[in-house]
Design a binder for this molecule. Structure first.
Ligand SMILES: Cc1ncc(COP(=O)(O)O)c(C=O)c1O
Length: 447
């Protein structure tokens, strides 16, 4: 890392005014690829994931808005601190890495054309998705089962509108990605909390409770998070089969959000609910997207897989009635197709990097912050950390991490009361950034 880049990173990380020690950054220097190597992004001689990018000024929600959203505004005013002291965001679920160079090149070429009139993908697009799903997850899907939506959350919202009525009950499994609860409530449906159980340091589903909730005649749907954000579980085939049996018995639709499925660690195996039991196919709405694995969420393009033609027609009607069937985002669909056709090797490198980050975090916490406890992740670049040993309330935890450590995690309580006492940290960043965040946390967490 050149001194210019190091200065940039420290500024970016808000370290300048806190007088952060330079040693950890110096130590990491050997691993850092400089941004001014003269090579195009992603084609550096060394690891492109080590490059620190400045995302400020790109309207990044993580870098440009989390502060203005009021997360730390009051504190900043109170202390009279400015830009340089903004907490280092380890929060929102996108990555600090550039996407695959293949995708960047494809988009650049399309940008150069200069005409961005109405488009929609041809047959090849759907063939590409079907091949990806078959190669990656061993699920043979028909091309006409696939629908394009402007994201996974819009798809979940439309599935609720299409296939449940106001007042119906929908099961979620907290602590879980918080929009699952709000999308149910905002659509006038009722949330049923089938909370996960932390058993022997591992989250599992509470099937007895699920059975009871599913038996209520007003319960119509479950929204499954698979793999699970934030607890990092990758559900086994047996767990999914058990869930499927309960849904079959009580006639529940299963919306399976599989957005994180491409990012599973080498010690786990992802199973899509689509292959668990053929009898389930008629009740499945599976949501997928390359937006997490290839860092494309702003391109707003996802795939919804609905094998049952009646369910598919109901969903398509919502798309049609909201004028979303006619055309699609030319950049989003191009990026998705390029990711699935050419992005495999890049994804493999990314997974190795994330796994190394995870192992680094694990050993750092054991060695330097033993009062925190990492929940063993099976997938996702979002890690779930148990802070309950500290004996602090939610406000005190916030003060500790945000105000004292100058790091911005997501507090576990965001995902429901079940998450109180935990934080979620995003490790999809250059190792030097992760190390800086950990060093700051270690400096304030009592040993
Ligand atoms: C489980 C889960 N589902 C959906 C989303 C958002 O998906 P999209 O941006 O495609 O709506 C996220 C983003 O963090 C997520 O973690």
């Amino acid at each position: 890392m050149t001194s210019k880049n190091r200065r940039e990173f420290l500024k970016l990380a808000g370290a300048a005014s806190t007088g952060a020690a330079f040693t950890s950054i110096e130590n990491a220097t050997a691993q850092i690829q400089t941004v001014d190597s003269g090579l195009p992004p992603g084609q550096s001689a060394e690891n492109p994931f080590d490059v620190v990018h400045d995302r400020r000024g790109t309207n990044s929600i993580k870098w440009d808005f989390s502060y203005d959203d009021g997360v730390t505004k009051e504190v900043a005013h109170e202390l009279g601190i400015g830009e340089a002291s903004r907490p280092l965001p380890m929060s929102l679920s996108d990555m600090e890495f550039q996407t695959s160079p293949k995708i960047i090149s494809a988009l650049e070429k399309r940008v150069q054309h200069g005409i961005y009139g109405y488009t929609k993908p041809n047959k090849e697009y759907f063939q590409t998705i079907s091949h990806w799903i078959s190669n990656q997850y061993d699920w043979q899907v028909e091309e006409d089962w696939l629908l394009i939506t402007a994201g996974v959350m819009p798809a979940i919202s439309m599935a609720i509108q299409a296939h449940t009525d106001p007042g119906d009950k929908i099961v979620i499994q907290p602590p879980v990605f918080y929009p699952f609860g709000s999308v149910v409530e905002n659509n006038g449906r009722v949330v049923l909390r089938n909370s996960l159980i932390l058993e022997d340091d591992r989250y599992v589903m509470d099937f007895d409770d699920l059975e009871k909730k599913a038996a209520d005649p007003r319960t119509k749907m479950i929204i499954l998070c698979s793999p699970h954000n934030p607890v990092g579980r990758v559900w086994s085939r047996q767990e999914l089969a058990r869930l499927g049996e309960i849904c079959e018995k009580h006639d529940l639709l299963v919306v399976s959000d599989e957005i994180h499925c491409d990012l599973v660690y080498s010690w786990a195996n992802f199973t899509t609910i689509g292959v668990v039991d053929d009898r389930l196919l008629d009740r499945l709405i599976v949501c997928n997207s390359p937006s997490k694995s290839f860092n494309l969420p702003a391109l707003k393009t996802a795939t919804t897989i609905i094998p049952n033609p009646v369910l598919r027609e109901g969903f398509s009607t919502i798309l049609r009635n909201s004028e979303q069937l006619f055309s699609t985002n030319a950049f989003g669909t191009l990026a998705l197709q390029t990711a699935y056709e050419q992005g495999g090797p890049w994804l493999g490198q990314l997974k190795k990097y994330l796994e190394a980050n995870y192992l680094f975090l694990d050993s750092y916490i054991r060695e330097h912050i033993p009062n925190l406890r990492l929940q063993q992740a099976e997938g996702l670049y979002l890690v779930w950390i148990d802070c309950r040993n500290l004996g602090l309330g939610e406000d005190e935890l916030k003060r500790l991490f945000v105000d004292q450590a100058n790091v911005l995690p997501v507090q576990g309580s965001t995902y429901g009361v079940e998450g109180e006492g935990f934080i979620r940290i995003n490790i999809a960043c250059p190792r030097v950034v992760l190390e800086e965040a950990l060093r700051r946390i270690a400096s304030v967490v009592p040993g």
